[in-house]
Design a protein around this ligand. Sequence first.
Ligand SMILES: NC(=O)c1ccc[n+]([C@@H]2O[C@H](COP(=O)([O-])OP(=O)(O)OC[C@H]3O[C@@H](n4cnc5c(N)ncnc54)[C@H](O)[C@@H]3O)[C@@H](O)[C@H]2O)c1
Length: 281
Amino acid sequence: MGYNLLKGKRGIIFGALNDMSIAWKVAEMAHAEGAQFTLSNTHVACRMGSVTELAEKTGATVIPADATNLADLENVIKTSTEVLGGKIDFILHSIGMSLNVRKKRLYNDLDYNYLAKTLDISAISFHKVIQTAFKMDAMNDWGSIVALSYVAAQRTLYGYNDMADAKALLESIARSFGYIYGRQKKVRVNTISQSPTVTTAGSGVKGIDGLIDFSDRMSPLGNADAQDCANYCITLFSDLTRKVTMQNLFHDGGFSSMGMSMRAMQQYNKSFDPNEVQMED
Ligand SMILES: NC(=O)c1ccc[n+]([C@@H]2O[C@H](COP(=O)([O-])OP(=O)(O)OC[C@H]3O[C@@H](n4cnc5c(N)ncnc54)[C@H](O)[C@@H]3O)[C@@H](O)[C@H]2O)c1
């Protein structure tokens, strides 16, 4: 059952690749809540077919773009205002990729060309999207822009590699641009720091299964899944959160405030060899 939270709103959703993508769930929810929007992803992703299926289901137009390419972004924003019939109320940036992770380069053996690409795709593209919308004056007053982050921006998690640096930059961009866009146009800019989630990008993270289990055991509410994340995004696009800006909002079942939980401790204790413990006694 919908609440019509986005009735009459126009949006752009970047990053829906398949039905596991967080952006896919956001698109479904935005549609259910009455929004009209366009969908954007890389040219390759748009050709793969799934995005078309989502577009048909939600009445959206697909506009291919490499989010690191300014001309592509200008086209996304111009075409979106044309097909949606006016300025934009919300944008979701749900984009991330690390070539170092893909090519299994460790953090103490980074390829710097790959690092530059990681930062450009996963963080600077957020600045590019916002700056393009800002310069084209494409957002309505009190609009909302959201990107997806991860707690590795603040805390070191084994295996997250250079994506941790990208997320730290992403969150900083939300603060820096949030100030300017808020001051001039009342547009809010936030990041949501999401639990580890089973998606195509998530599966690339080293030891993702163990990480998902660990953070689930650590979180009093358990991990937030992609659907939970979509629900939270909708509230940030709605008029109910008009004074929330420049924030990194943890959406992780409580994980980021925990040090050790009973469930995680129980699992940790299982790993001790009882004989070894006796010898120490
Ligand atoms: N899955 C997790 O565990 C998790 C946790 C926290 C945050 N996030 C973040 O959520 C966001 C969405 O990821 P997801 O987990 O839904 O995975 P996903 O693989 O479904 O989405 C990543 C998207 O980025 C797109 N992309 C990559 N390069 C691009 C480029 N140059 N231009 C435009 N688009 C490009 C991909 O095509 C894909 O649609 C990412 O920012 C990710 O870091 C994911």
